[in-house]
Design a protein around this ligand. Structure first.
Ligand SMILES: O=C(O)CCC(=O)C(=O)O
Length: 399
């Protein structure tokens, strides 16, 4: 999309052929009696105009030819969507002009859109969605009336019954400070130890994230194979950066060469299924400064910090109508640096914020929005093998 709209370029006027009636140049009118005679100059008369009119100097040519683009289906859809959202005609037309789209066509389209049955169907769907959203926000307001609503509890021991009742069914996050207390990983795992044990192996990391503002959405495109030792060396040398991160999508714990890592995982609480650990655990390794943007998962999980600290920010699924979720499980809102001009509704969201220390495990309840940033170089392990139903359909028929 172009940033500026420049005025429509006028083609330079051409001298009209004599008698051709060119609109831009005045030609002395001749009566039918003059036909075939050359007019004789009258000495007393003021200077006659030259027979071939001369154009005055024209301004320099514009940098780019100005083409007004027609309103295509993408822009029609954009207008329809923004009309449904209740945006003003002036604000839409300002954007249309800025993009070099024909404003007359856009105005015409907006004047008839309300009679289009498809648009009226869209209004019905919008109203239904608004009612659902309003009901969610009302329930959320009741939950937020708890004065401790934004506090994320840190608990040392929680029984299976309480965990399921208070956190799984109650759908609230909690940090379990002792869950991993006896894991050998807490003593054994370090960047040096990983290099020694697995440095010769190739791993898949997310790379070039700084150059892509949608790095999480585009994670498949940003996958890159690298020797594990080289990656760990880069992390050690890089300082604070989000450019490279070994995330859950590497699936290295499914690879036989890395399975010995699972021997370093000690006892699990009785609300986890040990037998399913190898197929449900994921390793995360990265420098200080990695950022996983706001999204929700489609299952519940536990995430243990083995090395370093991470900050988790949580948003209730009932605040979903305020996080501008337009695509899949992602939100463009960043609660670390809230852009209120773009996302004014997000100002009304109550965010839970907790730093998870080494050795601690956070429980992510179903459908909670979360964004995560590493405060230090981090090694952590997430696992989804909760011994409760943990498969949910968020995508229509897809499971
Ligand atoms: O640790 C991170 O960077 C993100 C963790 C996360 O989003 C998850 O485990 O679902």
């Amino acid at each position: 999309m172009r940033a500026h709209h420049k005025p429509h370029r006028q083609p330079p006027a051409k001298p009209a052929a004599h008698g051709g009636g060119g609109a831009d140049i005045a030609i002395a009118e001749r009566s039918p009696a003059d036909a075939g005679r050359t007019p004789i100059a009258d000495d007393a008369a003021p200077l006659a105009p030259p027979s071939r009119p001369v154009l005055s100097a024209c301004p320099p040519p514009l940098d780019e030819p100005q083409l007004i683009k027609p309103l295509d289906d993408n822009w029609r859809q954009w207008l329809a969507e923004n009309a449904l959202l209740g945006n003003s005609q002036e604000s839409m037309l300002a954007k249309i002009r800025q993009a070099g789209i024909d404003p007359a066509q856009a105005t015409g389209y907006l004047s008839i859109i309300g009679r289009d049955p498809l648009f009226r169907a869209g209004e019905k769907m919008r109203d239904r969605y608004t009612r659902f959203g309003r009901a969610m926000l009302n329930v959320q307001a009741v939950r937020e009336s708890d004065p401790h609503y934004t506090h994320v509890e840190k608990r040392s021991r929680v029984s299976r019954d309480e965990f399921i009742e208070r956190y799984v069914r109650g759908c609230r996050p909690v940090v379990l400070t002792e869950l991993a207390r006896d894991w050998p990983a807490l003593q054994r795992w370090s960047f040096a130890e990983f290099r020694r044990r697995y440095g010769h192996l190739t791993v898949q990391v997310q790379s070039g994230r700084d150059a892509d503002t949608d790095y999480e959405v585009n994670k498949v495109r940003l996958r890159r194979d690298t020797p594990f030792a080289a990656f760990l060396d880069r992390v050690a040398a890089s300082g604070v950066t989000n450019d490279e991160y070994l995330t859950a999508s590497n699936e290295i714990l499914r690879r036989p060469e890395f399975m010995s890592l699972l021997d370093d995982i000690g006892a699990l609480p009785d609300f986890c299924n040990r037998a399913a650990m190898s197929r449900s655990a994921s390793l995360w390794v990265g420098p200080a400064g990695t950022r996983t943007p706001l999204h929700h998962d489609t299952l519940m999980l536990l995430h243990t910090q083995v090395v370093g600290r991470k900050r988790w920010r949580f948003v209730s699924p009932l605040s979903g109508p305020r996080v501008y979720n337009d695509f899949d499980v992602y939100s463009p809102v960043d609660f670390d640096q809230l852009d209120l001009a773009r996302f004014p509704e997000a100002a009304k969201v109550k965010v839970l914020d907790v730093v998870v220390e080494p050795g601690e495990t956070i429980f992510l309840p179903l459908a909670w929005w979360h964004q995560v940033s590493s405060l230090d170089r981090c090694i952590s392990l997430s696992f989804t093998n909760l011994d409760v139903p943990n498969e949910f359909d968020f995508h229509g028929n897809r499971m």
